[in-house]
Ligand binder design. Structure first.
Ligand code: NAP
Length: 355
């Protein structure tokens, strides 16, 4: 029997994109032999170069094609080329953090090409745009999957989708959605000061190049909006109430200066930590959705609470629904990183096609 083809068109060959290519390369022979599925990369584009072709070959082949024969990147041409190829089971995978690429999603979905992405930008931009993409996907019987935008490889959005499908009302979601803020507060214990925890997170590569972009909660707010929308709440990023951990308005300082300034807040945070310890609790930066409202704030959680036991940059999501009322359903695990995120994207690619 002839194998069933899946054709991947990849935008972004950075951390996640290249981990995905490595995964595809490692699994392609097994998939062909055991499942009769030929997983092919038919196009790659980054900010500099692009390459399109049904037979791009193996991983080294793709890199070489891109570097040696790749043309100057042009997104409109890439999308036009992808459409013109008319390949069956085509999936456009956006592994960028670009705002420019989500603006092309509508024309891609209109061509009945499925989209898979870990990119939060389109999904957390204005609600009308988001709603229109969902509508286009449904009208064109095409899949638009973005599980990895929240909790990386963790089954967060698919869990909510399952609640919604069977009419299980979501009463409350409590979560730690930022791997960076999770790491900072998980390590803010003993003699560690807040500024030291932030420096450590930065050194380990958990933070954005400028840690203020994590501390201001904006990236986490985007995730919370995507979660809320999955629960059918028409939420915008501006609707999320965010407790600012440190006063804003320090944008003029360099990152180095900012990290030094942060030490000024150490005593204040140490006092909060000690107050929590005296009450048998720890501090966590928690996100909550309840009664149609979303907020993120520093919360004391009891030492035996599931949120207290987190390690490293783990994420955790606690769902209270009609069915999971007495004991909420908990999803917990590694919430960032190339391995788990690319595995989640890989899995979405298979869900996006009809074999
Ligand atoms: N890292 C994680 O643990 C994680 C977890 C969950 C979700 N995500 C999401 O996954 C996405 C990718 O993250 P990453 O860590 O792989 O980022 P990255 O290493 O910075 O790679 C981004 C890639 O996108 C390309 N790119 C950017 N703008 C583009 C444009 N307009 N047109 C074409 N290509 C463009 C870049 O091209 P160049 O190579 O030419 O610069 C680069 O190859 C982001 O949206 C991120 O939020 C990441």
């Amino acid at each position: 029997m002839a194998p069933q083809n899946i054709h991947v068109f990849l935008a972004g060959s950075g951390l996640i994109g290249s981990a995905l290519l490595t995964k595809i390369n490692a699994q392609r022979e097994r998939l062909l032999a055991e499942e009769g599925i030929a997983l092919k990369v038919a196009g790659i584009v980054n900010t500099k170069k692009m390459v399109l072709g049904e037979h791009l070959g193996t991983l080294s082949g793709w890199k070489e094609e891109l570097n040696t024969r790749g043309q100057k990147a042009d997104l409109a041409q890439f999308v036009a080329g992808m459409k013109a190829m008319r390949l069956p089971n085509a999936v456009f995978v956006d592994c960028t953090a670009s705002e420019e690429i989500p603006a092309l999603y509508n024309t891609i979905l209109a061509e009945r090409i499925a989209i898979v992405t870990p990119n939060k930008k389109g999904l957390s931009s204005n609600f009308k745009f988001y709603k229109n993409l969902k509508l286009l996907a449904s009208q064109n019987h095409t899949r638009f999957l973005y599980e990895t935008t929240v909790g990386a490889g963790l089954p967060v959005l698919s869990t909510i989708r399952d609640f919604m499908l069977c009419g299980d009302r979501v009463e409350k979601i409590s979560a730690i959605v930022s791997g960076t803020l999770s790491y900072i507060f998980n390590s803010f214990e003993g003699n560690t000061t807040l500024s030291k925890a932030v420096r450590e997170a930065q050194k380990l590569g958990y933070t954005e190049p400028d840690p203020r972009n994590d501390l201001n909660g904006m990236d986490a707010a985007r995730k919370l909006v995507i979660v809320a929308r999955e629960c059918a709440l028409p939420m915008e990023c501006a609707d999320v109430e965010i407790e600012q951990l440190i006063p804003q308005g320090r944008k003029k300082e360099t990152v180095k200066e900012f990290l030094k300034t942060l030490e000024r807040y150490d005593a204040q945070f140490e006092a909060k930590k000690q107050r929590a310890i005296a009450r048998g609790a720890v501090l966590r930066f928690v996100a909550e959705i309840e009664n149609g409202k979303a907020k993120m704030f520093l919360k004391e959680v009891a030492s035996n609470h599931p949120f207290a036991g987190l390690r490293g940059s783990d994420n955790i999501f606690s769902f209270t629904t009609d069915h999971y009322h007495e004991t909420p359903l908990i999803v917990r695990g590694k919430g960032a990183g190339a391995e788990v995120t690319s595995a989640g994207v890989f899995s979405d690619i298979f869900k996006a096609v009809r074999l």
